[in-house]
Write a protein that binds this ligand. Structure first.
Ligand code: SF4
Length: 465
């Protein structure tokens, strides 16, 4: 257990918290997930961890480098100084993820920006994840994610692409969040027609909170391609320069902004993965340009979850997903019958838009992810965490990982030939030795440290920046 008990973790507790060890052979990952939810008080009829999922997702960081410098970046001061971890170590982490959580696990191929990795290696990584029966997703800022690359990755087994676009990235030439819709439209064009689920990640921060409804309208208008709009709430972690939220940005206020943009009552108290203060999810159907909440009132949620537990939906092919749902209901006819009145009410509510759209409706989900500040990690939430990072020592909570990232990324990596790979030189050596302290220069520093370097330089030249 990465954290037991409750309350805010002390610096000593954070330093001592270790990744999850491999469970004993024969242990059910689903049962382990359930036990973790029970131990943290998060087991209830709407909990999907331990029913549908063994874990929400696992981030596989294949590079620490990035071609942007976001003002809320979770990477560390030293990330840019770290070489790309050897392919054999990435493959070992993929196998480790499979051993912990089993097939059908969602693996986020991320970084840094994963497209900075050598193209043949990126393709090999995606293929390896798919060959292990898991679902690879590419998490990228999109700058280098060309149509050609996405098509090749699809052939290797890529299931989703998640484009991160927002004003924290400070892309030159875009005055506000709405202006960035031009970038989003370009990325949608690159992915359109490929067998991929398209997601967008948007960081919600003090500078764009007021524009969230307009961004949601954009996603609704492109629901023929966009499957998931995910919103990450500002957190003070990593090398980002923006620090803590200055206005009330929380699950309540952001979900209200999403409702405003969608022009619909959307229920975010739907099946929850993990801790209710960490994640919220809502599924809608868009027909005739109008948004309809799929779950609606809360009562049938537990029945839906029960009826669909164990069903894996194919996110690349709508027809196969519907067929999987039909098979699942055929195995649970009582639950399916219990859901009929609910389904009839939802269809009746959509009837005019379905007629106008000739029966066509697109699924558009919304997700809220409420990351924690590195200095205020809630032990209960860490214990119930469903968003893991794959480290050489096992999976660890993303919030915990970001609070002590250097302890992981600067650690020498064991190689199959008995040697150790040095993260700062990229060379192999015979003994692990101590993790070296990287030298920060303006070239390899980002975020807060680059500001400090610029500040010192300006002061030494007699002019403040
Ligand atoms: S990464 Fe942090 S915010 Fe997300 S589920 Fe884990 S503990 Fe919660």
């Amino acid at each position: 257990m990465a954290c037991s008990g409750s309350g805010i973790m002390s610096a000593a507790e954070i330093a001592a918290a270790a990744p999850y060890p491999l469970p004993p052979a024969g242990t059910s990952p689903m049962q382990l997930a359930r036990e973790r939810m029970e131990a943290t008080g998060q087991w209830h009829p709407r909990q999907s961890m331990g029913r549908r999922w063994t874990i929400g997702c696992v981030a596989l960081e294949i590079t620490q480098r990035c071609n942007l410098d976001c003002s809320l970046c979770y990477l560390s001061d030293h990330s840019e100084a770290v070489k790309d971890i050897p392919l054999e170590a990435v493959f070992e982490r993929i196998d480790m993820i499979r051993a912990h959580y089993g097939p059908d696990t969602d693996v986020q191929v991320t970084g840094g920006d994963p497209t900075l990795r050598r193209r043949d290696e990126l393709v090999a990584i995606v293929r390896r994840i798919a060959e292990r029966g898991m679902r690879p997703s590419l998490f990228t800022n999109g700058i280098k994610a060309t149509r050609d690359l996405l098509a090749e990755l699809c052939e290797a087994g890529l299931v989703d692409v998640a484009f991160h676009v927002d004003m924290t990235q400070e892309r030159p030439g875009y005055a506000d969040e709405v202006a960035l819709n031009a970038v989003r439209a370009d990325y949608i064009g690159r992915a359109r027609g490929l067998p991929l689920s398209v997601f967008f990640n948007t960081t919600v921060f003090d500078g764009n909170f007021h524009e969230i409804p307009e961004v949601v309208r954009f996603f609704v208008g492109h629901a023929d391609v966009v499957r998931l709009a995910s919103f990450q709430l500002q957190a003070d972690t990593g090398r980002g320069t923006l620090r803590r939220r200055q206005q009330p940005i929380d699950i309540g206020t952001v979900s209200a902004q999403i409702r405003t943009g969608a022009g619909a009552e959307i229920n975010f108290d739907t099946p929850i993965a993990g801790h209710a203060e960490c994640n919220r999810y809502a599924m809608t159907l868009v027909a005739n340009g109008r948004v309809h909440d799929l779950y609606g009132e809360g009562r049938p949620l537990a029945t839906i979850l029960e009826a669909t537990a164990g069903i894996q939906f194919d996110r690349k092919h709508k027809g196969r997903a519907v067929a999987a749902l039909a098979r699942g209901f055929a195995r649970r006819p009582v639950a399916a019958l219990a859901l009929l009145p609910w389904a009839a009410r939802r269809l009746w509510g959509m009837r005019q838009d379905l007629v106008a759209a000739r029966g066509r409706a697109h699924k558009l989900s919304f997700f809220l992810h409420n990351f924690m500040d590195a200095g205020a990690l809630d032990c209960g939430r860490i214990g119930a965490c469903v968003f893991m990072v794959a480290t050489g020592d096992g999976p660890v909570s993303m919030c915990l990982h970001n609070a002590k990232r250097d302890a992981f990324i600067l650690k020498p990596v064991p190689l199959q030939d008995g040697g150790f790979w040095d993260p700062l030189t990229g060379a192999a050596r015979e003994a692990p030795g101590e993790a070296a302290a990287p030298v920060l220069t303006r070239k390899n520093a980002r975020g807060r440290r680059r500001l400090e370097i610029d500040h010192r330089r300006a002061a030494s030249q007699g002019a403040m920046p």
